[in-house]
Design a protein around this ligand. Structure first.
Ligand SMILES: NC(=O)c1ccc[n+]([C@@H]2O[C@H](COP(=O)([O-])OP(=O)(O)OC[C@H]3O[C@@H](n4cnc5c(N)ncnc54)[C@H](OP(=O)(O)O)[C@@H]3O)[C@@H](O)[C@H]2O)c1
Length: 430
């Protein structure tokens, strides 16, 4: 068997320890598959004294993780620290500049600096591997970069954040409101103490940005597209959606519309009996539409030490085998900013929930605004009758232009009897 492939691991938390455990448990099978053993030779983290969930005493401790980049006894550096800048970014740059392979699970780093890092990687002939950065155990990066490389992809979308999917599922299944479901997710370890990255859609936006760069070969910046999280979703929305035959899912969507790219992160209604509608709890799902492959949907665990380590080690095995691929499947210098599709270009069906004072003429006023904007209403449901008191009205539309719908919603919000701004969600049938 060939000489061991030697790695240095920076970051010994959930994922770092997951990688160490996985290599220990499956080391023999991995050596057979890679054609050589994979050996951890150095590790680093913030505190050497900290009690770890995995044994690390037998590895050399690098008090500065950056030293691993220059160490000739290390064949690849594995960054499992996190954060878009700081040590993680410095480690990526130093490693790639040294011409050494760099493996990471860091979606924030890739979403913010992916293109620059890819340029650096290609300049120095160093692989940049990031399978674990999107959808954990689902091998979607390899699927898009290699398995579907022959296709023109028209759309990639999915449920990319298990925390949000868990909360939305719990709300529907148990009738809890958003805050209760979030508290439960935190108790179970599915949500951070500060959950804003997940529930505000930022984590999904990071992952979507990486998928967009890879799928469409574009230089995409995640601040360029609209990101909405799930904090606006009420139990009422969930129950209305259910009554109408839908579920609410936080979707990251990247789609070609003519010669433009539409990207968005937002909660959408999807048919309850659709494939994506049946993905529940902490599971992730990614749907890809290729012109020759047709559509495919991959479902799996999007986070956690095990699934994420599985993806990290898959990258390490590829490196040990001597495989080299361009980070985004095509030369990074060809990646250009794409024309963006906006509300003017997007046609969709909509769900709109209104809180109004129950008085004669309100519905007529809303309908008139919809008519004046050329918006065709599919159905209207009013919950309860209580003259002079607040009631909920839900409308669904036929296919309409997003811009017209949003303008109409602004006018509707200005009606005196409308108590709150309308809750407007797209209905996605894909
Ligand atoms: N957890 C998941 O399910 C998951 C899923 C997909 C992707 N990811 C990504 O994987 C990466 C790691 O996540 P994680 O959940 O394993 O994080 P974590 O449990 O918080 O672990 C982070 C590790 O980084 C170390 N660290 C922090 N600052 C450092 C520094 N300045 N120098 C050296 N080491 C430093 C910490 O050291 P100490 O232990 O000494 O504090 C800790 O061991 C992140 O990019 C994350 O986005 C995680």
């Amino acid at each position: 068997m060939a000489a061991p492939f030697r790695i240095g691991i920076a970051g010994l938390g959930t994922v770092g320890c997951g990688v160490i455990e996985l290599l220990k448990k499956n080391g023999n099978a991995i050596a057979d598959r890679a054609g050589r053993p994979i050996r951890v030779v150095a590790v680093s983290a913030r505190s050497r004294m900290k009690k770890r969930i995995c044994p690390v005493k037998s590895y050399r401790w690098a008090s500065d993780s950056l030293d691993m980049a220059a160490d000739p006894k290390i064949d690849a550096v594995v960054e499992l620290i996190g954060g878009q800048g700081g040590v993680a970014k410095r480690l990526a740059e130093t490693t790639l500049k040294a011409g050494k392979p760099f493996v990471t699970a860091n979606k924030a780093l890739l979403a913010h600096h992916g293109h620059k890092l890819a340029m650096l990687a290609e300049k120095h002939g160093a692989p940049l591997m990031y399978e674990a950065a999107v959808a954990g155990g689902i091998p979607i990066i390899k699927t898009l970069r290699e398995g579907l490389a022959a296709n023109n992809i028209s759309a990639v979308y999915g449920i990319l954040n298990g925390t949000c999917n868990y909360i939305l599922t719990a709300m529907r299944e148990t009738g809890r409101d958003f805050h209760d479901a979030l508290k439960e997710a935190q108790k179970l370890g599915y949500a951070e103490a500060n959950p804003s990255f997940d529930i505000d859609g930022i984590d999904t936006a990071h992952k979507l940005n990486i998928l967009s760069m890879l799928t469409f070969g574009i230089k995409s910046e995640f601040k360029d597209f609209r990101t909405r999280g799930i904090t606006c979703i009420t139990l009422q929305d969930i129950l209305f959606a259910q009554e109408l035959g839908y579920k609410i899912k936080l979707l990251g969507i990247s789609r070609r519309i003519k010669n433009k790219i539409f990207q968005s992160v937002e909660p959408c209604l999807v048919p309850a009996d659709s494939n994506i509608g049946s993905v529940e709890g902490v599971y992730n799902a990614v749907h890809v539409e290729g012109d020759f492959s047709g559509t495919e949907l991959s479902i799996g665990r999007g986070a956690g030490g095990g699934p994420t380590a599985s993806a990290v080690v898959a990258d390490i095995i590829d490196l040990a085998r001597g495989r080299k691929v361009l980070p985004f499947g095509a030369p990074a210098e060809y990646m250009k900013k794409a024309a963006r599709a906006g509300a003017e270009d997007v046609f969709s069906r909509f769900y709109m929930r209104l809180e109004v004072v129950d008085r004669p003429g309100v519905l007529a006023g809303v309908s008139a605004i919809m008519r004046d904007h050329g918006l065709s209403i599919e159905a209207v449901t009013q919950r309860g009758r209580d003259p002079g008191k607040p009631v909920s009205i839900v409308m669904t539309t036929h296919m309409v232009k997003q811009k017209d719908m949003e303008e109409a919603a602004d006018f509707i919000a200005a009606i005196k009897s409308v108590i709150k701004p309308p809750s407007l969600l797209r209905i996605e049938h894909f």
